[in-house]
Design a protein. Structure first.
Length: 229
């Protein structure tokens, strides 16, 4: 299990590609961030006192590869805490982060015939793997990504890097305004027997997709979800 550490991290950059989407880049002033692909962190807007308990915080998947200097998260504004983040996070400022948590890609699984299914910002934990050198070990990997519209697919640079790291990687994108929602039935029908299914996204989507796969005789051990929320 990874050793959880607390970092007072500087906000180096905040990108605002869409009205309700922010990408935040953090730098550790002293010790380098240590985590593995697919893991997540706790971010607090409160000042942390080491003599006290960890304050109120929220979880976010780490989008950047552990091989990168800057740690990156993307969040959508959809609740009280993320609205506070929108107002309070400033470039040059500092926040406390606690990481790493989670073991999505550390769980036992074959690296042959993996399917990565995600809705919206649920793609972010996958990107930490897709842009990491270890992604080259995955054979015949496929990603099925669903977005509200084409403008919400702000991840093409990272996905192109994934293709350069892993030549066998195949990407399928669906845009709700043109193509409708991701269809787990069609994904299952087009997949090879013995595939491993990773699912990340809204909790309702994860629940429905996992239930469908299990009801169609996909072993529970071959359905791995990012459902820490």
């Amino acid at each position: 299990m990874s050793l959880v550490k607390k970092y007072k991290a500087q906000i180096v950059k905040i990108a605002h590609p869409l009205p309700d989407i922010y990408t935040v880049y953090f730098k550790s002033p002293d010790k380098q961030f240590k985590y593995k692909p697919g893991q997540f962190l706790h971010l607090t807007l409160s000042e942390y006192d080491p003599s006290q308990q960890w304050p109120e915080s929220r979880c976010f998947s780490m989008q950047s590869s552990p091989e990168e200097e800057l740690l990156k998260i993307t969040y959508s504004v959809k609740g009280a805490y993320t609205r506070r983040m929108e107002k309070e996070l400033k470039e040059g400022g500092y926040v406390w982060l606690k990481l790493p948590y989670g073991d999505m890609f550390q769980k036992p699984h074959s690296k042959e015939k993996c399917l990565f299914i995600a809705g919206g910002t649920g793609v972010t934990p996958y990107l930490s793997l897709f842009t990491h050198s270890s992604f080259s070990q995955y054979n015949n990997a496929k990603a099925y990504l669903g977005f509200r519209s084409e403008e919400y697919n702000i991840y093409m640079q990272a996905l192109e890097k994934a293709g350069s790291i892993n030549k066998s990687f195949r990407l399928y994108s669906a845009y709700q305004d043109k193509d409708g929602l991701l269809d787990i039935k069609k994904i299952l029908e087009s997949s090879d027997k013995g595939s491993t299914y990773f699912i990340s996204g809204p909790p309702v989507m994860i629940k429905i997709f996992k239930k469908y796969l299990l009801s169609n005789k996909v072993p529970d051990s071959m359905v791995i979800t990012d459902d820490w929320e």
